[in-house]
Write a protein that binds this ligand. Structure first.
Ligand SMILES: C[S@@+](CC[C@H](N)C(=O)[O-])C[C@H]1O[C@@H](n2cnc3c(N)ncnc32)[C@H](O)[C@@H]1O
Length: 267
């Protein structure tokens, strides 16, 4: 996409986690200029689409089935309009965009995906955590507890948990008990740190810092049963901020790389 006018196609835009100023500059420009907007009103705050131009047609999609929604997009583009399909967070994570893109392709309608700040990053920011801590973990698994959408073979929580890296759970606020059971069965200790962030970046954002053994009760006490990210693993240990360990090589003065002392490195 260039910086000029929009063209007649579908822009699948990541709106970010909720705060209206956490959409990208590109995403916001598309929302301001699009002729037709569709947004997931259960997860995207209406303030985000308030910047739409007065002549734009705005649809809420929470109550729509796939065919109806894609029908509006196809008709919009075929009438020469630009269409913004606004998703929460980043569209590529649990965004159900594949099924939309399949139907758009079948209809011969062009589309473009514009990334957004996924809620996992808003949750990490809310608790001030680095999810990849040197010498502790260098991996983050973004996943969910299987519900109506089952987990594919090889992706059970117990199997994923064998990596002992940071795990981020979407769509799992009502299934904390399963997280505890499965991670415990995989050998994670009861004191494993957990952070839960509900409605990250919204005015009503809630944060819990707890551990695996206390997770279910803590979520019950805080009345968190939806719209939350669970971050689990020792990278969430608040005590890390009090320690002078786990330094990266990047800023180590004895470590040379491409931008320091002219040695080629990978980091
Ligand atoms: C259908 S998924 C969409 C995820 C989205 N594409 C993303 O990148 O954040 C919805 C889930 O995302 C998480 N979520 C979305 N926005 C959130 C927010 N502001 N705070 C915490 N969790 C959020 C919750 O786990 C929720 O159940």
């Amino acid at each position: 996409m260039n910086s000029g006018e929009l063209t007649a196609k579908v822009y699948i835009v990541g709106a970010g986690p909720g705060a209206p100023d956490l959409i990208t500059v590109r995403g916001q420009r598309i929302l301001q200029q699009a002729d037709v907007l569709l947004y997931t009103d259960s997860l995207v705050p209406s303030e985000l689409v308030a910047c739409a131009k007065p002549t734009a047609t705005v649809y809420k999609t929470a109550g729509m089935a796939l065919d109806e929604m894609v029908g509006i997009m196809v008709e919009g583009v075929q009438s020469g309009h630009s269409v913004a399909r606004v998703h929460t967070g980043d569209p590529s994570i649990f965004g159900a965009i594949l099924e939309q893109m399949v139907l758009l392709r079948k209809a011969g309608v062009a589309y473009e995906v514009v990334p957004g700040v996924s809620s996992v990053f808003a949750a990490a920011a809310a608790v001030g955590a680095e999810l990849t801590v040197p010498d502790l973990t260098q991996t983050v698994i973004l996943t969910r507890v299987g519900g109506r959408t089952p987990m594919p073979d090889g992706e059970s929580l117990r199997e994923l948990a064998t990596h002992r890296c940071t795990m981020a759970f979407y769509l799992s606020a009502t299934l904390a008990k399963t997280v505890v059971q499965e991670l415990t069965a995989a050998g994670w200790p009861p004191e494993t740190p957990v952070a839960v962030v509900q409605k990250a970046t919204w005015p009503e954002q809630k944060i819990i810092r707890t551990n695996l053994s206390r997770l279910v009760r803590a979520m019950g006490d805080a009345h968190i049963s939806n719209h939350a990210i669970l971050l689990v693993g020792f990278a969430l240990d608040e005590a890390l901020l009090e320690q002078d360990q786990h330094r990266s090589k990047l800023y180590d003065e004895t470590f040379t790389h491409r931008y320091r002392k002219g040695v080629i490195g990978n980091d």
